[in-house]
Design a protein around this ligand. Structure first.
Ligand code: ADP
Ligand code: MG
Length: 349
């Protein structure tokens, strides 16, 4: 499968903790005005003037959240940043800085950690955020990565999960289910590889879904798009666990119900064909698959003309009074209650 072809192995012990931090971070650039002091002191110093600050952290643990047998370290670094930036954008904020903490065992040579940092840096560069600090320690078991992202937002622009009102439109960005199906394909190839290591997988028919699993992109563009369209969502959340559980979050925190239309859920053709191949129901995958990192929001009906026809935004339902509950309206027009099945639950089935 995807193997580290880099034969050079420099033991981490050759550098020591401070040598390693210096080696990995000495060339980092500062681009954000709000970064007063980045790496190198006891703490970073940031100045946001009159803005509100959003802060979010995610922890990624080897064997729980990722599997290095098919996840190249570069992609893992990139994804670790994306997962966090996605939470910042879900507040309708601009991401400005990240800190990165890693716990590594001696089984990783310096070259592997460099790969990981190539991913961190690529993501930070692409999304215009500064890496302003972190922590480095050893681990006796697997690799652990914790990223904290910081963002800024004008007080009037912050969007919470709690603002949805009955009759608001339920809107989603991009398409759903691809990351989960990419995961299914990679898992299958891993099993094949175990049996026959010479078998090179043909991932060509699955490029989009595999990329969505290995290299997700957080929707920075949507925060800008909404600003350009002059639409402020009434509530918003990022889709990390699957559409169903995120709708439930919005409903619970906003004290409303929702109707989601099965025939409106955006699916890529590759998701549909791969679901057929795996004998899985594509609606179930979109509802429970997770790791899509799209944004789910509610917007007021009067903003509909502003988003109508926009290829990035799909209306998939609407919010109701709380008493009506939370339902999927199937293609056959039956109402099925929405239930929260995180993608981890699904994985264990
Ligand atoms: P302290 O002992 O005060 O925790 P460290 O020696 O751990 O300081 O860190 C020195 C500097 O390097 C700090 O600015 C810290 O934020 C930064 N740093 C440490 N580890 C990392 C890392 N893995 N990635 C980025 N910056 C790091
Ligand atoms: Mg430290």
């Amino acid at each position: 499968m995807i193997e580290d072809k880099n034969q050079q192995r420099t033991a981490l012990s050759d550098l020591g903790e401070f040598g390693l931090i210096d080696h990995l971070t000495k060339h980092f650039q500062i681009t954000q005005k709000s970064t007063v002091k980045g790496i190198g002191d006891d703490a970073a110093v940031l100045d946001f003037k009159s803005k509100q600050i959003v802060v979010t952290t995610d922890l990624l643990v080897e064997h729980v959240h990722f599997d290095l047998s098919y996840m190249p370290l570069k992609h893992l670094g990139y994804k670790a940043i994306m997962v966090n930036l996605s939470d910042v954008y879900a507040m309708n904020a601009t991401a400005t800085q990240v800190t990165i903490a890693i716990a590594v065992s001696n089984r990783f040579p310096l070259e592997a950690i460099e790969e990981l940092y190539t991913g961190f840096e690529a993501a930070a560069h692409m999304y215009g955020v500064d890496i302003v600090g972190g922590d480095t320690t050893s681990s006796t078991t697997g690799l652990i990565i914790s990223v904290t992202a910081i963002g800024e937002v004008d007080k009037k622009d912050v969007v919470y999960r709690s603002g949805a009102k009955p009759n608001d439109l339920l809107v989603v960005t991009g398409d759903l289910g691809a990351a989960y199906m990419g995961f299914q394909v990679l898992q299958r190839e891993k099993e094949v590889f175990k049996v026959n290591p010479n078998n090179q997988p043909d991932l060509d028919p699955y490029t989009y879904i595999v990329e969505r699993q290995l290299k997700p992109e957080a929707r920075k563009d949507i925060v800008k798009l909404l600003k350009d369209l002059q639409v402020k969502p009434t509530s918003m959340i990022d889709i990390s666990d699957g559409l169903s559980s995120e709708i439930i979050h919005l409903c619970k925190q906003s004290d409303v119900g929702a109707e989601l239309y099965e025939n409106k859920i955006p699916l890529d053709p590759q998701v549909i064909s791969t679901c057929e191949e795996f004998n899985l129901d594509s609606t179930t995958i979109a509802l429970n698959g997770g790791e899509d990192y799209e944004l789910l929001m509610t917007i007021s009906q009067e903003d509909f003309p502003k988003i109508k026809g926009n290829p990035n935004l799909t209306v998939i339902g609407y919010m109701t009074e709380k008493e009506k509950g939370m339902h999927l309206v199937t293609r056959g027009e039956t109402l099925v209650p929405l239930i929260a099945k995180g993608w981890n639950a699904l994985k264990d089935q």
